[in-house]
Design a protein around this ligand. Sequence first.
Ligand SMILES: [Zn+2]
Length: 86
Amino acid sequence: MTNNNSAAASVCPRCRSEQTEVVTMSPVKNVWVVYSCKRCFYMWRSTEPEENTDPDHYPEAFRLTPETMADMPVVPAVPPLRPKKD
Ligand SMILES: [Zn+2]
């Protein structure tokens, strides 16, 4: 297949990992494919705009690298409770 909807391995738009997998494909054949990144867990559908599917067009502010991911908490910390008002 040579179109954008092939199930060929893709590079993650967010972290550029080549460890991606096909999550699911359109019920009607060759309409879209949903991919997932095994490194940063980003998911995207082949028919989304370039800024969601192409690493070169993905917004720079949201890009990830292995170095930035190493410093991320697994679950964001819950902030302290606000004092109760009377
Ligand atoms: Zn990724």
